[in-house]
Design a protein around this ligand. Structure first.
Ligand SMILES: [Zn+2]
Length: 304
């Protein structure tokens, strides 16, 4: 069984602590040709109509977030405002033309982190399905690598790829590629031996500038929308998925099942919906912002 154990931040794991200064290797990278093309491909995938309606609807949607964030029943209120069953924040069309692959981490032979009766695979899937609904409402094509509790291993794969786990990941990338994905997001929950670490965090491959930009956009919205994390995007990860993705790709660790507060939040449907909305806004931010608008001094190294 694979467990999610992305290393927590060396600093800033508890809210309010400052991040550590960039190290000498955390030099800002320039956009290389391939990364720039990947970012542009995703941005250009969105139709001109989508771009035109984006500004207005984003203002309205973000206002809705601001309002519900201060409400005690923020999750429920949020759903009433934004989700398909609710009355209409006009997000329709703002991601038209974009194809997003969502990978609910684990499933089948591999439940991920187990915390008592709580299974990581179930939470990953619940948030992924909510994210799918929101993205589709915004006009995006969505492909999920799984929609139930299964893995993707095919007969003979173990021999072909060396292990079930590797084969499962390979098949997930293949599903995204076959769908012509512009972006790839793998959703997980973290766990660590110490219960003090908490908060959602987005990971990217250190060699992928496009992945970094997507992670930065999603993490910024996780911080703003949920109010439950002050972490920054993290590139200290050696991930087969991220290394081998042919598109901007990130792993979103939704929270720590090993932390009591995160454990409670992650099981709450309202909070799951809030996480999904945050990721959605992150995708909007990534797709609709220009590379030139990215703030200077982005760092690839230490997180906070
Ligand atoms: Zn996981």
């Amino acid at each position: 069984m694979r467990h999610c154990r992305q290393a927590p931040a060396r600093t800033g794991a508890v809210r309010g602590r400052p991040g550590e200064a960039p190290g000498p290797d955390a030099v800002r990278r320039s956009l290389d040709g391939a990364a720039e093309r990947a970012v542009e491909r995703a941005r250009l995938a969105v139709s001109p109509v989508g771009r035109r309606v984006f500004a207005l609807s984003c203002v309205i949607a973000l206002t809705a977030v601001g309002w519900t964030s201060s409400a005690p029943l923020l999750g429920a209120a949020f759903g009433a405002v934004v989700l398909p069953e609710g009355p209409a924040v006009p997000v329709a069309g703002i991601l038209g033309g974009l194809t997003v692959a969502i990978d609910p981490g684990h499933g089948g032979f591999d439940p991920g982190v187990l915390e008592g009766p709580v299974r990581e695979t179930d939470i990953n899937l619940a948030v992924s399905l909510m994210l799918r609904d929101i993205l589709e409402r915004a006009g995006a094509e969505v492909v999920l690598t799984r929609t139930e509790d299964i893995d993707l291993v095919q007969p003979g794969d173990e021999e072909r790829y060396g292990s079930e786990a590797r084969a499962d990941l390979k098949r997930r990338l293949e599903a995204a590629e076959a769908a012509g994905a512009d972006l790839f997001l793998s959703l997980h929950c973290n766990a660590f031996p110490s219960p003090v670490w908490r908060g959602s965090q987005t990971f990217y491959d250190p060699e992928s500038r496009a992945g970094y930009l997507l992670a930065e956009a999603i993490q910024a919205e996780l911080v703003r929308v949920t109010g439950e994390t002050d972490r920054t995007p993290n590139g200290r990860i050696d991930s087969f998925l991220l290394k081998n993705a042919a598109f901007p790709a990130v792993i979103v660790e939704l929270g720590f099942l090993s932390n009591p507060r995160d454990l409670e939040l992650l099981q709450d449907a309202g909070y799951q919906r809030l996480l999904a909305m945050a990721v959605f806004f992150g995708i909007c931010r990534f797709v609709h912002s220009s590379p030139a608008a990215a703030p200077a001094g982005q760092r690839e190294g230490p997180d906070g």
